[in-house]
Design a protein around this ligand. Structure first.
Ligand SMILES: C[S@@+](CC[C@H](N)C(=O)[O-])C[C@H]1O[C@@H](n2cnc3c(N)ncnc32)[C@H](O)[C@@H]1O
Length: 282
C-alpha cells in the first residue's frame, strides 16, 4: 500500500459504513473507523490490493458482491461469546420455561433458536442444558436451530472444537459428559461429543432478510448480544420478524444490556432481558 493510501479516507469509510448498515443492519459509529481499518488490512494484503479505494471498488463490483461480501461480513462482525454466558437465562430455561412448555407441547419436539449464535458456545450450552432435562424426563424431545450471518463462525461452530480454557464456565459434571479432550496433549483443546453436535442445526441467516424461513414454530429464541449492533428502527424490524417466529407463549431472551422498552412488539417483560409472546399478532 502506498504512503498516501495508508489510512482509510473518510469517503471510503462512509461508503463502507453505508453498505454495512444497508446489507447487515449494523451501525458503525465514526469511532469505529480505526477498528474497521485494522480488521480489513489483512484482506487487502490477501487480495494483493494496494489501496482502500481499490478494495471498495472491488467489494462493490459484481464479482466482489459475489465473492468478497461473505468474507467482508466475517471481518465486520463482533463474535465475542462464551459457554454459559449470562447463566441465569439457562437456569430459568431449565427450571421454569421448559417444564411449562413441555406440558403444553403435547409431546412434539421443542424448538429453541439461538439467533446470532456466533461460534456455537450458546447453542451448545442450550444443548447441554436441554439434554440434562431430557435425561431426567423421558419422552421430552427438543431441537436447536443456530443461525448467524458469518460463515467463518458457523464453520467453527459446526466443528465444535474449542481451546480447553474456553470450556471453564461449563460445570465439571457436564464437561465430563459432553466434552472430549483432544488426543494430542499439546493441543489442549476440547470437542463437543458427536451426540451433542447432532442436536444442533447450524444455518446461515441474515437478520436483514425479508423472510427467515423458520415459520411461527420456535418455543424460545435466544437473541442475545446482537441487538446492540443495530439502531432502533432496525431493532424494531428484526424483533417484529423474530417474534413472529415464536409460538404464542414462547420466550424471548435478549442480552442483559439490551432492552425492548419502547419497541412495539407482542411481548410482555418477565424479568431482566426476558420476554414472552403474548398473542397471535405481530
Ligand atoms: C456478540 S455475538 C453474540 C453471540 C451469542 N448470542 C452470545 O450472546 O454470546 C453477535 C453475533 O451476531 C451476528 N450478527 C451480526 N449481524 C447479524 C445479522 N445481520 N444477521 C445475523 N447475525 C448477525 C454476528 O456475526 C455475531 O456472531
Amino acid at each position: 500500500m502506498s504512503e498516501q493510501e495508508e489510512t482509510l479516507s473518510s469517503r471510503d469509510f462512509a461508503r463502507l459504513r453505508e453498505f454495512i448498515h444497508a446489507e447487515f443492519g449494523i451501525c458503525l459509529s465514526g469511532e469505529k473507523k480505526t477498528m474497521l481499518e485494522g480488521r480489513l488490512r489483512r484482506r487487502l494484503r490477501e487480495l494483493n490490493l494496494d489501496s482502500w479505494g481499490s478494495y471498495c471498488d472491488y467489494l462493490f463490483s459484481e464479482p466482489g458482491q459475489r465473492e468478497e461480501k461473505v468474507r467482508f461480513i466475517d471481518v465486520v462482525t463482533t463474535n465475542k461469546t462464551d459457554f454459559f454466558r449470562e447463566p441465569r437465562h439457562f437456569t430459568f430455561l431449565a427450571e421454569q420455561a421448559v417444564p411449562e412448555m413441555a406440558a403444553r407441547t403435547g409431546g412434539r419436539a421443542l424448538l429453541v433458536w439461538s439467533a446470532g449464535c456466533s461460534s456455537g458456545e450458546e447453542p451448545y450450552t442450550l444443548a447441554m442444558v436441554l439434554s440434562e432435562y431430557a435425561a431426567a424426563h423421558p419422552g421430552f424431545r427438543f431441537r436447536i436451530l443456530a443461525t448467524d450471518i458469518s460463515t467463518r463462525v458457523l464453520e467453527k461452530a459446526e466443528l465444535g472444537i474449542y481451546p480447553a480454557e474456553d470450556a471453564e464456565p461449563v460445570p465439571q459434571a457436564l464437561r465430563r459428559k459432553y466434552l472430549m479432550r483432544s488426543r494430542d496433549p499439546e493441543a489442549d483443546r476440547v470437542r463437543m461429543v458427536p451426540e451433542l453436535r447432532k442436536l444442533v442445526e447450524f444455518r446461515r441467516l441474515n437478520f436483514m432478510d425479508a423472510d427467515y424461513g423458520v415459520g411461527a414454530i420456535a418455543d424460545a429464541i435466544f437473541c442475545r448480544n446482537v441487538l446492540i449492533y443495530f439502531d432502533r428502527p432496525t431493532q424494531q424490524r428484526i424483533l417484529s420478524r423474530l417474534t413472529q417466529c415464536l409460538v404464542p407463549g414462547g420466550y424471548l431472551f435478549v442480552g442483559h444490556s439490551e432492552t425492548l422498552h419502547d419497541l412495539h412488539l407482542p411481548v410482555e417483560a418477565l424479568g431482566p432481558a426476558l420476554y414472552r409472546r403474548i398473542d397471535g399478532r405481530a
